[in-house]
Design a protein around this ligand. Structure first.
Ligand code: NAD
Length: 258
């Protein structure tokens, strides 16, 4: 009975930013559980590479080029996916950016807008487009990728624009969860610590002192791997989390304990 709840056979799952990193791992986790996975990313070569990897694993995968910042494009892609697959059961809002280590006083309008456009606005356009379909169906599970940076202020790199965007993602998650709870749509978020992906190479690979601080500030003394977030996403997306909505689940190696 319990393992059954984690199975996703017959479900259609859309994962944004699934061309690499955490998104690619989420697509694999959901696909291994039986879902048909739609890999959505703004870069076509990443879409193609990610879909090819999934197909090698015998996962039912399709790709679509999507820039989440463009609301009309999001609506069109949602309509196209619904036309092709009839339903959408899972949405993982993973596409996100972090050009960190910029002080607040040096943050340009463009830098601020870039982060808000992708991390917050883009995530909302996707929740709205796919959420409408889920509400029509009377069922669906949305998992947003937030960040521990929505709870704490990272050290040593300044990144107020990123932290603010992720705190907003957390509260948007709760707001949508409350609005849609009685209509069969659950909305949760995962808040990861530092995960080893291209996004964090500025610290893990390029700045030894920064990386040392990250590890010292983490009770587990290590960063995470994409699959360690994907397994939490899989749980939240599945019926195993049927009582959960509006939760922001920390997967942070204990970072927020201190
Ligand atoms: P990544 O940079 O490795 O991958 C992000 C993917 O999103 C890329 O394939 C990129 O092409 C795509 N993308 C970027 N902008 C897009 C847009 N406008 N439309 C569609 N796709 C777009 O990043 P990652 O580390 O895998 O991070 C994924 C998510 O996890 C992000 O939301 C990030 O903020 C969050 N997160 C990451 C970490 C970490 O340490 N890596 C920690 C906490 C939260």
């Amino acid at each position: 009975m319990y393992l059954e709840k984690l199975k996703l056979d017959g479900k259609v799952a859309v994962v944004t930013g699934a061309g690499q990193g955490i998104g690619a791992a989420c697509a694999r986790a959901l696909g291994e559980a039986g879902a048909t996975v739609i890999v959505a990313d703004m870069l076509q070569d990443r879409v193609d590479a990610s879909v090819a990897e999934l197909k090698k694993l015998k996962i039912k995968a399709h790709g679509v080029k999507l820039d989440v910042t463009k609301s009309k494009e999001v609506d069109a892609v949602a309509a196209q996916i619904i036309k092709q697959h009839d339903h959408v059961d899972i949405l993982v809002n993973n596409a996100g950016v972090a050009k960190s280590d910029v002080k607040a006083e040096d943050t340009s309008d463009d830098h601020w807008r870039f982060h808000m456009d992708v991390n917050l606005d883009g995530l909302f356009w996707c929740c709205r487009a796919f959420g409408r379909q889920m509400l029509k169906q009377g069922s669906g599970s949305i998992v947003n990728i937030g960040s521990m940076s929505g709870f704490i202020v990272n050290k040593p790199q300044p990144q107020s624009f990123y932290n603010a965007s992720k705190a907003a993602v957390h509260h948007l998650t709760r707001s949508l969860a409350a609005e849609w709870a009685m209509r069969g749509v659950r909305v949760n978020a995962v808040a990861p610590t530092y995960i080893e992906t291209p996004l964090t190479s500025f610290g893990i690979r390029e700045n030894e002192a920064m990386y040392k601080t990250w590890l010292e500030m983490t009770p587990m003394g290590r960063v995470g791997q994409p699959d360690e977030i994907a397994s939490v996403v899989h749980f939240l997306a599945s019926d195993a989390a049927s009582l959960m909505t509006g939760s922001i689940v920390l997967a942070d190696g204990g970072y927020c304990c201190w």
